[in-house]
Design a protein around this ligand. Structure first.
Ligand code: KG4
Ligand code: ZN
Length: 340
């Protein structure tokens, strides 16, 4: 099955063409093309994403990007069997551009389309490179907009366990980098600088949250309070901050893995690119007889391949979306099975 995936939930426009074969957990994805056009430059002068500008940019570049994705995959429009598109959660204006485009194209080609949750896409991104990862899984999404922990019983069956009560993990990296004058996005810079620092140099408060919840804003304030006299030791600040974030994420993830008796842990989203988080969690999983799956960086961050893959799993089960499907700013993953 040849599938076009479209993702426009935030500030990246993405299109991918996948060839999918096999059923269920064994479905094999062959990624024929996978393109992401970043809008970073447009929003940079404003210090944050401007929703209207994001929508307008999607409308300008989605069609040429899809054309490029098809030509890179060496397929024509009429070769497509279906279209998968992110319909929630995200910026509504941005989502509407991708959703309307996908519906119109599918209608014109007389093929089915399927709406996919952006979060469900992230949780399934590990399958792109590792088909057949067994269930049940503990899944952690850590990005600039989300920090959420799930118990995943099977494909399409997600239970939200907890999330951040304030900033998302990636947001904390970005804000701390800004405080330290390191630029945007903060995660990759801190990751790099931390390599030359001592993670035990500065005692930062470890967030204390109930059960599976997270908090990062206290940590950011703690860094703010010391950054004044810490200019000389930015490496140590970065290393200590990163260590505390990683430990907080790992503590909750492992607690969930233990309580839900999961042998498989998956982490995804931009912060899952963090080298320290991956190394430490990988080691703990090894020690406790668990397997950790982390997508390559390009599939950790926003992309359309994960949307095409997830949509494909539904389509191959015989499910598609009605033409009336709307975009939603918020969508609880516990409900996704009923939406598609
Ligand atoms: O998933 P993503 O590309 O976009 C969404 O937010 O949906 O995630 C971006 C976030 C940014 O906050 C960025 O600072 C963070 O991921 N990030 C990292 C690393 N690479 C990206 N955070 C920590 N370490 C990294 N290596
Ligand atoms: Zn995302």
């Amino acid at each position: 099955m040849l599938l076009l995936g479209i993702e426009t939930s935030c500030d990246e426009t993405a299109a991918a063409v996948l060839n999918l074969s096999g059923l269920g957990n064994r479905m094999r994805p062959k990624i024929l093309s996978d393109l992401v056009a970043s809008q970073e430059e447009i929003h940079l002068p404003y210090g944050g994403i401007v929703p209207e500008l994001a929508s307008r940019r999607h409308i300008e570049i989605l069609q040429p990007l899809v054309e490029q994705a098809l030509s890179k995959a060496k397929v024509g429009l009429t070769d497509l069997n279906a279209i998968a598109v992110t319909h929630a959660p995200g910026l509504v204006g941005s989502l509407l551009v991708g959703l309307s485009f996908a519906k119109s194209l599918a209608l014109g080609l007389n093929i089915p389309f399927v709406g996919v949750s952006h979060l469900e896409g992230h949780l399934n991104a590990p399958f792109l490179e590792n088909p057949g990862i067994p269930y049940p899984q503990i899944g952690l999404i850590v990005s600039g907009g989300h920090t959420a922990l799930y118990f995943i019983k099977g494909f399409g069956d997600y239970r939200f366990l907890g999330g951040t009560r304030d900033d998302a993990a990636g947001e904390a990296f970005d804000k701390v980098a800004k405080l330290l004058g390191l630029g945007y996005p903060g995660g990759p810079v801190i990751d790099k600088i931390a390599r030359e620092g001592d993670p035990t140099a500065i005692k930062l408060p470890r967030p204390k949250m109930p059960k599976y919840d997270f908090s990062f804003s206290g940590l950011k304030t703690a860094v703010k309070n010391l950054s004044h006299d810490a200019q000389r030791m930015t490496h140590d600040v970065c290393a200590s901050f990163q260590e505390t974030v990683a430990d907080h994420l790992i503590e909750k993830t492992m607690l969930a893995a233990k309580n839900y008796r999961c042998r498989v842990v998956v982490i995804t989203g931009g912060v899952a690119c963090n080298s320290r988080l991956k190394a430490k969690l990988g080691e703990i999983c090894r020690q406790t007889g668990r397997r950790l799956f982390v997508p390559s960086p390009r599939y950790c961050t926003d992309n359309a391949a994960m949307i095409a893959y997830t949509g494909g799993r539904y389509l191959l089960k015989g499910q598609s979306s009605p033409w009336s499907l709307n975009a939603l700013a918020n969508l609880d993953l516990n409900q996704v099975g009923g939406v598609v």
